[in-house]
Ligand binder design. Structure first.
Ligand code: NAD
Ligand code: USQ
Length: 382
């Protein structure tokens, strides 16, 4: 399959590109490398040192004998988007290329506007390019479980059957997103749904939970292929952050009570889910929604789990309940359906103590790269 991975320099995109390439697909990466600029803006860096895109691709060819094409450019630039679609003619377009940090989108007006313009305009350009150039191409779009918020009823996969005043319909599930970033994903979902209905495009919206882990088969064994992993207060995410904090002797930063429950998955399952979506495409005109996660945890549960594993390694990690910088429920009902990917054959890697220990060990190896000053959250929702 000819598959284009937009955002292929990022945390999910890089291992996805290698995974598909290893399986023999014809892979092209699209990225404007802006994620590396956001690191500079925030005065932080990936815990792991990451090679330049040129070095990464050279190392992959040396290791695998396979090559991956790279298109450097911004999805907000329609001339560029038109060019890559005409040149590569993808059968599937995996769209990871967005500003994905909720705290980044909440820094100030400028960051909120940037996030929504970058994400919504980039996605719209992709939709127009598919319509004009490769109408049969399957759009596999990364959405987020955070589009739904935390309603006091079960979360369904994209749609809910509603009976109202004696009439019945299946409607898009209500959205109560957590941040301007999460809102950008809702806007994307609406635009994609509209174009499936109006233009007959085929699309799968993968409402992904928080991704943890680092290692995948293809990113191991050569320093130049190592994936990025974020630990800072803006791009770092809950479980990975806690493991890195434990390794370097920082308190585990639980926000508020820590009863916030979210959906989680291992990065190896991200690759599996995207592959399952690609191998089982949506029909023309279909806007398909999968909830992409394997388990639910509260933030405090995860911190306690990391604390226990660390203790077994001789590390005493303290849990600090910081004042919550976000506006979110700290105790709430949460039960999200996630059967569609399992039905397609997903074999989950459930969270294990070994994985947590592995992350703590990796963080220990790179501990001199950790800057304590960027760990605490500073973007506030209020
Ligand atoms: P990331 O920031 O590591 O990677 C995103 C990549 O997209 C970066 O390499 C960046 O340079 C590129 N990019 C951003 N805007 C671009 C543009 N306009 N044009 C071209 N390239 C652009 O993010 P990630 O963690 O790999 O997340 C990938 C996707 O998955 C995002 O859409 C995110 O919303 C979604 N997601 C991530 C998680 C998670 O826990 N990491 C969870 C759920 C959903
Ligand atoms: N949290 C803490 N301590 C921390 C970091 C986070 O208590 O040190 C809490 C947050 O308050 C929140 C929860 O953990 O309640 C999750 O926060 P997060 O930073 O791990 O993840 P989030 O902001 O939700 O965003 C991440 C990705 C985003 C993706 C989303 C999936 O950055 O791209 O869309 O996970 S979801 O959460 O399902 O929306």
């Amino acid at each position: 399959m000819k598959i284009m991975i937009a955002g292929g320099d990022g945390f999910c995109g890089w291992p996805t590109a290698l995974y598909f390439s290893e399986k023999g697909h014809d892979v092209a990466i699209v990225d404007n490398l802006i994620r590396r600029e956001w690191d500079k803006e925030l005065g932080t860096q990936s815990l792991t040192p990451i090679a330049s895109m040129d070095e990464r691709l050279k190392a992959w060819t040396e290791k695998s004998g396979k090559s991956i094409r790279f298109y450097l450019g911004d999805l907000q630039d329609y001339e560029f988007v038109e060019h890559i679609f005409r040149d590569f003619e993808p059968e599937a377009f995996v769209h990871y290329a967005e500003q994905r940090s909720a705290p980044y989108s909440m820094i100030d007006r400028q960051h909120a506007v940037f996030t929504q313009v970058n994400n919504v305009v980039g996605n719209l350009n992709v939709l127009f390019a598919i319509k004009e150039i490769v109408p049969d191409c399957h759009l596999i779009k990364l959405g987020t479980m955070g589009e739904y918020g935390t309603p006091n009823i079960d979360i369904e996969e994209g749609y809910i059957r509603i009976v109202h005043k004696g009439r019945e319909d299946v409607l898009p599930y209500p959205k109560q997103p957590f941040s301007f970033y999460h809102l950008s994903k809702v806007h994307d979902s609406h635009n994609i749904m509209f174009t499936c209905r109006s233009w007959g495009l085929r699309a799968t919206d993968l409402n992904q939970g928080v991704v943890y882990g680092l290692w995948t088969n293809e990113t191991q064994g050569d320093e130049r292929l190592v994936n990025r992993i974020d630990y800072d207060g803006v791009f770092g995410t809950a479980l990975n952050r806690f493991c890195i904090q434990a390794a370097v002797g920082h308190d585990l930063t639980v926000y508020g009570k820590g009863g916030q429950t979210r959906a989680f998955l291992d990065i190896r399952d991200t690759l599996q889910c995207v592959e399952l979506a690609a191998l089982n495409p949506a029909d023309r005109g279909e806007f398909r929604v999968f909830n992409q996660f394997t388990e639910q945890f509260s933030v405090l549960e995860l911190a306690q789990r990391v604390q226990n594993v660390a203790r077994g390694m001789g590390i005493e990690a303290k849990i600090a309940h910081l004042e919550n910088p976000r506006v979110e429920k700290e105790e709430h009902y949460y039960n999200a359906v996630h059967t569609k990917l399992l039905d397609l054959g997903l074999q989950p890697h459930l969270l294990s103590d070994e994985l947590i220990q592995g992350l703590i060990e990796t963080a220990g190896k790179y501990r001199e790269r950790v800057d304590f000053d960027v760990i605490r959250p500073n973007a506030t929702w209020r």
